[in-house]
Structures are given as C-alpha cells and as structure tokens.
Design a protein. Structure first.
Length: 317
C-alpha cells in the first residue's frame, strides 16, 4: 500500500509538472499584441508629421508681399503751354516712369486734355503700360487744379476707388484726393494734397482728421499722406511746424526731413512731404532730376520748381 501510494504520488507530481509547463507555453502567445500596438503608434506619429508639414506649406503659400515705388511731384502749372514743349514733356514722362504710382499736382487745363495727353507720352516710352485717375478741377478761384495719379497697371496695380474728400466747411482750397490702390491681395490708400500756401497752418491742422476718417473708411494695409504741403519757410515757420497736430503727435512720421530742400530754386525749403503712421514707408528721399538729366538750374526750373519726393512702400499680408 505504501508503495502504491508512493507511485500514485509520483504520477500526480508528474502530471502537475506537465500542466505547469503547458501553462507557460500558452502565455508566450501574447507577445505579438505589444508588437501590434507599437506598429499602430508609429503609424499615428507618421500621420501627424505629414499633417504638420502640409499646414506649414499652406501658410507659406498664403503669405504675400509687395514692394512699390511711389512718388509725389508738383509739376508746376502743367497745362497746354508746357505740354507744347516736347522736351519738357519728355522729362516729365521720364520722371513718371521711375515709379509704379505717382501723384502729379498743379495740373491746370480747363479743357481737361493734359492728363490724357501726358499718359500717351508716358506709354510711348516703352517702360510698361500706365493708367490714370484724375480728380475734378479744384480751387476757389478761376485758377483751378487737378490731381492725377498715374500708376503702372502692367505691374498688377489697380485702383479700387477714388474720390475727392468731402469738405462741407470749405477748409481746403484744394480738397485732398484719395485713391485706394490694390496689388494682389494687398492694398494701400494715398491721400494727396496741394496745400494753399497762405493758409498752410490751418489746412495742415485738419489733415489728421482727414487721415482718421480715411483710415476708418478704407480697409487697407496702409494709409499715406503725400504732396506739396508748403510746410516750411514763410508759410510754416519752425515754431508753427512744431505745434502742428501731426508734428506733436508722435504716432505720425514725417518721412522727409524738415531740414531738406525740395525746391529747384535757390530757396531752402521742405515744402513736399510724405506722412504716415506705419513703418512700411522706406527710403523716403528727394529725386533731383536735374542731376540725372544733366540740366542746369534754369533748364530744370522749366520742368518744375519742385523736385519729386519718392519712397518705397513695403507691404506684407
């Protein structure tokens, strides 16, 4: 009996050992599951990376920038008499084609033919196709003036709209002429004005209100005042200049120095200016066309008694 029980015990022990070994082998079949989990995690990581790359590419594509060369030029009684002198007209046309946009002031022609005739000469220069927009003839006397914006339409610039600033209280001799320009998805607004010399301080002190109204009306990347502001010498002395609203307001930048001379004659006066509230206006300076054209002072004055002022407008969406 003892021997039988002992044998039975040996059999039971052997069976128990066999069962334990089988259980260990069965547990090893779970190893592929972690492997599957690792594979799925890797796939998700790769998908995320691809999505981020696509987003970055789309952002780069949507960014747009533009660098536009702009000027303002008082052409000094530009009408039929001056248009009858082909050499002078040629110089003015050459000046216009330096820029993508230029404001021409002091156009005086009751027939309204001068702007279009000048455009024909500009386009005959072979430096791209230009277009124009013009204001009404403005002024309180019979000596009225037009503003004209010439712009290089071939380069993709267009005018969304233009208008003469509403002046119900008759503050301005020649109301500011406003043009909203577009280039691709970018846009900018120019506020051109030829200030009356004898009323310069009064008119200049209204321009900040004009700027504020224009900025609130037009959705654009930038808004800029430019033109012959007569903001120097006997028209606006140093103390008067310092007290101007746009001089005292540090938000405005006068990009042409008060110490500059924008006249062709022997005077030393900074009449012509560019004013803005942004950092988009770069390299504002005076273009001395007489040096480029090889003209002496007397010959240069037959073109104009003012130099153009120019600048680069850098815009980014």
């Amino acid at each position: 009996m003892i021997r039988l029980v002992f044998c039975q015990s040996l059999v039971l022990a052997a069976l128990t050992t066999a069962i334990s070994c089988c259980g260990s082998d069965s547990g090893s079949t779970t190893d592929p599951v972690p492997t599957t989990t690792e594979t799925e995690t890797t796939t998700e990581t790769e998908t995320t990376t691809e999505t981020e790359t696509t987003t970055e590419t789309e952002t780069t594509t949507e960014t747009e920038t533009a660098t536009i060369k702009i000027a303002a030029f008082n052409a000094d009684v530009l009408g039929k008499t001056k248009m009858g002198k082909s050499n002078i007209v040629g110089y003015i046309a050459d000046i216009i084609t330096r820029y993508e946009v230029i404001l021409i002031q002091e156009v005086r022609d009751v027939s309204l033919e001068t702007p279009g005739n000048l455009l024909e000469v500009v386009n005959s220069k072979g430096k791209g196709t230009y277009s124009m927009v013009t204001s009404d003839r403005l002024g309180r006397t019979s000596s009225k003036e037009e503003y004209v914006y010439y712009y290089k339409s071939e380069s993709g610039i267009s005018v969304k709209n233009d208008l003469t600033f509403s002046d119900p209280n008759d503050v301005f001799e020649r109301e500011p002429y406003i043009a909203h320009f577009e280039k691709g998805t970018l846009s900018f607004v120019l506020i051109g004005i030829h200030v009356k010399p004898s009323d310069a301080v009064n008119e200049l002190n209204q321009l900040d209100d004009v700027y504020a109204e224009v900025k609130s009306t037009y959705n654009a990347n930038d808004w800029i005042i430019l033109g012959d502001l007569n903001a120097d010498c006997s028209y606006v002395n140093n103390s008067e200049f310092a007290s101007l609203d746009m001089s005292a307001d540090e938000g405005f930048t006068w990009h042409i120095s008060k110490d500059s001379d924008t006249t062709v004659s022997n005077t030393d006066c900074a009449y012509d200016h560019v004013i803005s509230t942004s950092t988009n206006v770069k390299n504002a300076e005076i273009y001395k066309f007489d040096e480029d054209f090889g003209l002496d002072q007397d010959s240069a004055k037959t073109v104009s008694n003012h130099y153009p002022i120019e600048f680069i407008l850098e815009l980014a969406q």
